[in-house]
Structure formats: structure tokens, C-alpha cells
Design a protein around this ligand. Sequence first.
Ligand SMILES: [Zn+2]
Length: 417
Amino acid sequence: MQIKTILNRIQKFKSFVYGAVRLVEGAPVPTLEVEIQPRSNSRPVCSGCGHKRPGYDRSPERLFEFIPMWGHKVFFRYAPRRVDCPGCGVRVERMPWVSGKHRLTEAYAWFLAGWAKRLSWKEVAEAFRTTWDHVFCSVERAVIWGREHQDLSGVKAIGVDEIAWQRGHRYLTLVYQIDSHCKRLLWVGEKRTVKTLLRFFRWFGKERSQSLNFVCSDMWKPYLKVIARKADQAIHILDRFHIMAHLSKAIDEVRAGEAKELKQKGYEPILTKTRWLLLKRPENLTETQDTKLSELLQYNLRSMRSYLLKEEFQLFWSYTSPYWAGQFLDKWCTKTMRSKIEPMKKVARMLRRHRPLLLNWFRAKKQFSSGIVEGFNTKAKLTTRKAYGFRTYRAAEIALYHALGALPVPKTTHVFF
Ligand SMILES: [Zn+2]
């Protein structure tokens, strides 16, 4: 059997034929070259307008990289024809295996992009002996195609989230679809300002925004403002995951301050290495951690009182009636305001301010578990961390869409996997 028989099976072009396949002598990496010829009597297609046009001349031969095979790099070798187009002038013809001025064939780009879902971009480049830039470029092409072809109908619930990006306080705003039938990343934007989220709604379109039923978000003011303006018909839910994150942050602050204070006063350093102990749910603690926790609870520490307040707050989520949940919330806030622990009081004040939105969680009948946004948040952080070294916003954006966007791919690409 000949190699071109396989090629014809996986990718046959109507107006072109595969010619001789040869091994390139003396190449640094084992390399195969596959000649391509236009089918006789076929007329070239203008790359400008897509119409068949008379031929003008032929450009020098070019190489287009195809999917490597058995440790060999594979190239198509073809001398593109130029057409004489009445509309576009003298133009190079359209070649079905490549788009634009790319050097990688469509097939190879989709192949690399497919692997980039399973491995980091660096690993893909290494595995297929190509460059990081080629992998990036392939993923970018896949994302652009996928976003042009994705179906945005029927989006009823969205979640707005933010992640810190790079060092310092740089943020990305992420908007997810969190419907039970479809969960995916819809949009990424730089920063977390009013303008950022306004850009999402502009992209998403007025009609779709107006038919949203639920919007989930953090208590971040710019988000609240924009959501109230652009999707006022939707039930706005403050996400459980974000609220618990505020409490964890407060505990962290209390613990750090108190540990420092104890040290200065010359007490035993009982709070060292207790950070995770106080942030984890009790049911997730190991036995040793459990013992340590019981020990700590004997001291009247601010950290421990904060911890108990947070654990008590977990009860809030178990209510079914918005009314009784509200009663619980009020009691909890009063108690916390009396605790004299400033970081905790800050959270209580914030919760009081957003009481109606908080209770929307129960009005939405808890159909959105904190798990959805939290799960996406974890994956997004992992993706940007893997993307460490990209440094540019564009690369982070592309990586996030590729990993979390559930973007469609052309049917034909499946044969390469
Ligand atoms: Zn043309």
C-alpha cells in the first residue's frame, strides 16, 4: 500500500491529487515530502472572492506542514497557481488544505489544538517536535473558528467570576453559562470594572441578555451595577462559593494578625501551621488535624471564634424558605457584629447590605450549586497557571477559551484522532 492511499482516505481534495512521496535526505529530522498537483483541467479558485478564475502564472513551490507520522515530519509540496481575477486582480489561488498565509495545514493545526486540550502547550510542542508559537497559533485558530461557529441560543443562566491573573492585582472577568444542560465559558475580559462587564453584555447582545433567567455573581460592586442595568429581569443570585470565600479570607486575616500578636507577647506559637485547618470543612480534616482543632478550640482566640462563626454560617445554606433564611442571616450578622473582630464584622456588614440578593439563592430554589462556578474557577486558575510564561493577555484568553469554552470543531477533524 502507498502512503498516498492513506492520505486519500483521511483527506481527499476534489481538485487536487497527491503525487510522489519522498524521504528527504539529509534533513535534521526524518522528513517526508508529499507532492501535490492540481487535477488536470481544474481551474484555480481566487483566494479573494472564491470564484473560479483563469490561471495567470505559478508561484515557486511552497511547503505546508502536515501531521507527523511515525516520527517523520510530513510536508505537502505545492507550487500555488496565481489567478487573474477581474474583481481582485492577480491573486494566489485558494488551497483547501491551508487557510490564509499559514504554513501549517488546517489538519495539522487542528491536530495540535486537539492535543493542547490534553497537554500543556509546551508539552505538545515537545511531543510533536514543533515550536510553542506553532502550538499557540493552532489553538488560536481553533478558538477563532469555534467562537464563530458556537451556538449561543438558549442561554438562561450565567455566572460571573473573576480570577487574579499574573502577580499583583490584575484580574480577568469570566462569564460562564451555568444552565444544567450546558456549562461552559462564554466570555473572558481584562480587569473587573464596569466597562469590562459592559463589554460582555455588548458582545452577548441585548435580546439574549434580556432573556436570561438567572445571573450568579460575587458581591463586587461593578458587577452588581452592570447586572442590574443589563439583565434586570433575571434573578440575581449571590454565589455561595464567593460568599464563603469572603469568610475564608476574613479568617485568614484574623489568624495572621493574632499569630503575630501572640508571638510579640511571647506566647506559645499555637497558631502556626493552622491556616488550612481553619479553612477546610471539618469533615475534610485528617485525624491529626481534627485533634489539633479540638485543642485550639479550648483557647479563647479570635481566630477560633471567627472559625466557629463561619462554620455556623454554613447552616444558612440548608434553609429552604427565604423567610427563615433571612431570619437566620439577621441573627448571625448581629452576633458577628458583637464579636469585635473587625474582618468578620466587615463581612457581616457586606452580607447585610446585600440581604435581598442573598435570599435570591433560596428563591432560585438552590438550582445552582456553588459547585459549578467553583469548579470553573479552579479550572480557570489551573489553566492560567499552566499558561505561566505566556505573559500576554491574548495567550491567557485563548488558553481559557480552549480549555473551558466547549467550542465546536469541524466534523472532518475527528479522523486525525
Ligand atoms: Zn477574486
